[in-house]
Write a protein that binds this ligand. Structure first.
Ligand code: DLL
Length: 444
């Protein structure tokens, strides 16, 4: 789907008709692309062919979108098992770019793009930025990491495609980030929400005032963050914070992005076919039900993905959005099916700790969860930085704060945690995805 350009107050803003396509038309486009991608994968990737043959399903059997459920799932382990190039569906000369994602264990996974895949990626990123209200009049500081990580180059091409001025600063070097933010008249920033928080605190420590900046929009993703975190960022930095979602295996950033209504990222369904399944049984779930997001790429050539299990837990919503986009939305992804910790038999997701902490005045949202084992029992400790500005200087205040944090965590999670109040800036900052959990049970 090509981009069209709308003349808006003298500038040209990109609008894609696919964002507003009637559902019926969208479904027939999906069907047409689904058939093509399934055939392409079957004919060119032995793993897909083998799986489909074993399941007794051929490309011609996919006659309706419901038939997609007959196709076998693809897992992250498939990418690891066929490292580095085993899932590529085109010959190497057609591949113009490789990216890789480190993951948590062992070898990285490698993903590939043809020139047309890069065009599609730029298009969905351009549509993401347009949905956030950005245009050629914006100056975009791109602080996602450039390199093998998809964040940097993905956002870069999309911001260029809308005609914005891009500053390819990459992650890290906070001092320089702040200089650029101020001196280059930056209006939009792209980075992980945790890194933005760090930048903002550093800006305040330097006495930088909101009025000195032109910043109005943040395009934040690559890690889970909560609605409370958004509220805090928007309140303190006076910007609109948008949620952008994506994963390397599917394309990188730009699988889904929020519009100005900020009510969950719209999935670019003309390129990515979403399903929600029960993570245990693999059975499909209806719109509105919470489960694991499964994605099929509808136009990827170099490395198509058929029913890829993302492990990201969300739900799909087809409620009409005020922006008029017909694309369905996913609910903010706060957790993954594989980041659930079991502490003394109780299920715990790291995002629950964030929710609990943000409810307490006097703490900063920089935290780490430490899990250990003593005498065969799990231990849970939460290290959280204090926010001196919100506290008095009495020792008793710290005791009260510790109790309040403990109660808040118990209220949200049902677990008692040992609370360590830490000095401001003492928890290591990440330039990219924050490391929230240290599980010493797995280390030993
Ligand atoms: O993180 C791609 C990306 C870059 C997305 C920049 C957004 C912005 P991976 O490194 O492969 O790719 O990690 C993908 O990160 O399966 C989710 O678990 C998590 N994730 C990504 N975006 C969000 C988000 C990039 N907005 C994995 N909210 C995904 C929650 C997110 N989790």
């Amino acid at each position: 789907m090509s981009m069209q350009w709308n003349d808006v107050d003298g500038g040209m803003d990109p609008v894609s008709s696919a964002d507003f396509m009637p559902r019926q038309q969208l479904k027939s486009l999906q069907m047409q692309r689904m058939r093509a991608v399934v055939r392409h994968a079957y004919e060119h990737v032995s793993v897909f062919r083998g799986r489909m043959d074993a399941a007794g399903v051929k490309p011609d059997d996919i006659r309706s979108l419901d038939d997609v459920r007959r196709l076998p799932f693809t897992h992250k382990t498939d990418l690891r098992d066929h490292y580095p190039f085993g899932l590529f569906a085109v010959p190497m000369p057609e591949i113009v770019r490789l990216h890789a994602s480190s993951g948590t264990t062992g070898k990285p996974i490698v993903v590939a793009y043809t020139a047309e895949d890069i065009r599609v990626w730029s298009e969905v990123m351009a549509r993401s930025f347009a949905a956030c209200g950005l245009s050629r009049r914006d100056v975009v500081q791109n602080a996602y990491g450039y390199g093998l990580f998809t964040g940097g180059l993905g956002a870069h091409y999309g911001a260029e495609a809308i005609g914005a001025t891009v500053i390819p600063i990459s992650g890290g070097n906070t001092e320089r980030q702040l200089t650029v933010l101020k001196d280059f008249g930056v209006t939009a920033i792209c980075c992980t929400p945790s890194y933005f928080l760090h930048l903002w605190e550093s800006a305040q420590a330097q006495g930088l005032k909101r009025g000195e900046l032109k910043l109005k929009v943040g395009v934040f993703g690559a890690e889970p963050w909560t609605e409370d975190m958004r509220a805090r960022i928007q309140r303190e930095a006076g910007i609109r914070a948008h949620d952008i979602y994506g994963l390397s295996e599917i394309i990188g950033p730009g699988v889904a992005c929020e519009c100005h209504c900020q009510c969950g990222p719209h999935i670019f369904e003309d390129h990515f076919y979403p399903e929600i399944i029960d993570p245990k049984s693999g059975e499909p779930l209806p719109d509105g039900a919470e489960g694991e997001l499964v994605l099929t790429t509808l136009s990827k050539r170099a490395m198509p993905m058929i029913r890829y299990r993302t492990h990201d837990i969300t739900s799909l919503s087809d409620d009409t959005c005020n922006c008029g986009r017909s694309l369905r939305r996913i609910r903010r992804i706060a957790r993954r099916s594989d980041d659930m910790l079991i502490i003394r038999g109780v299920n715990l997701y790291p995002s629950q700790i964030e929710t609990a902490l943000l409810r307490v005045r006097g703490t900063a949202p920089h935290y780490q969860i430490e899990i250990g084992r003593e005498n065969d029992l799990d231990t849970l400790a939460v290290r959280v930085e204090i926010d001196p500005a919100a506290l008095g200087d009495q020792l008793a205040d710290l005791e009260d704060l510790r109790d309040e944090v403990s109660r808040s965590i118990e209220g949200v999670t049902g677990l008692r945690a040992q609370i360590h109040l830490a000095e401001p800036n003492s928890i290591e900052r990440s330039q990219g995805k924050a490391k929230r959990v240290i599980d010493r049970r797995r280390l030993s």
